[in-house]
Structure formats: structure tokens, C-alpha cells
Design a protein. Structure first.
Length: 147
């Protein structure tokens, strides 16, 4: 019985050591929002790690933040994120109704923006146009609102 204990103990220690090195790397994404028009309402930030639901389905977002609006510049940080591909949507919900208000053509009446400052005149940008990589401890995205 004693001769089986030592190999299993050694195997257990080996698995512990190997498993500790295999942890996923994580980092943080800091979002600098540069052009908040007013202090009315709230700023919503959606962080996506897949194309599904991008740019506006809250329930498909990997993480989200909702902050009181502050005129000028604001910063939001998402921490403990696994390295990977992400895209961001921001919305200035000026009337606080927690939805994107749009005109009869479907164009938002409130401020909005996307990572990489991706823009398209006739549609919302696709995930591929707004995506960026988190593959280091910190990544910064500067996003300007479109009003």
C-alpha cells in the first residue's frame, strides 16, 4: 500500500503545478468617452466579446456599465477580462428611458458611438468594424459620441 502512495502524491503535486501555469491571462479595458454633450441622463457602455447581439442587444453584452452623465469627458474601466476580441457600444440616454430613441428613419436621436470610432452612414457598424484585441494587461479605447 505504501508504494502506491508516493507516485500518487507526486502526480498530485505535478498536476497542481501544471494547472497553476495554465490560468487564462486577464487584463482591463479603459474606455475614454471624449464628447459628452450634457450632464442629463445616463451613459450606457456595452462590452461585447462576440458578434451576436452587437451593437445594441444588452442581453448579449459580455459586460455593461450604466453611469450618470457628466458633460465633457468620462472614463469607464472593465477589469478582469480574459484576453480576446472585444467591441464596445456607447449610448447617451439623455431622457433616462433606458432605450435608444430613434427618428422615423431609425437614426438615433441620442448620442451613440463605437470602439475604433467605427462609423457607417447607412447602418450601424458590424462587430468586425469595431473589434479590437485585448492581449496585454491594459488596452485603452477612445470613443467620440455622434449626436
Amino acid at each position: 500500500m505504501k508504494r502506491f502512495t508516493i507516485p500518487f502524491l507526486f502526480l498530485g503535486v505535478l498536476l497542481l503545478v501544471c494547472g497553476a501555469g495554465a490560468q487564462a491571462q486577464t487584463g482591463k479595458i479603459t474606455v475614454h468617452i471624449e464628447t459628452v454633450k450634457s450632464g442629463q441622463g445616463q451613459i450606457g457602455v456595452l462590452l461585447f466579446n462576440q458578434a451576436k447581439g452587437f451593437p445594441g442587444e444588452n442581453q448579449s453584452a459580455y459586460r455593461e456599465a450604466l453611469l450618470p452623465a457628466k458633460k465633457g469627458k468620462m472614463t469607464v474601466t472593465f477589469e478582469d477580462l480574459p484576453y480576446g476580441t472585444y467591441a464596445i457600444t456607447i449610448l447617451h440616454d439623455e431622457n433616462g428611458n433606458l432605450k435608444v430613441d430613434a427618428n422615423f428613419l431609425g437614426i438615433p436621436k441620442e448620442g451613440y458611438g463605437f470602439s475604433n470610432n467605427a462609423r457607417n452612414l447607412f447602418r450601424a457598424p458590424k462587430f468586425e468594424e469595431a473589434k479590437f484585441e485585448l492581449k496585454q494587461p491594459q488596452v485603452t479605447q477612445r470613443i467620440d459620441f455622434i449626436y
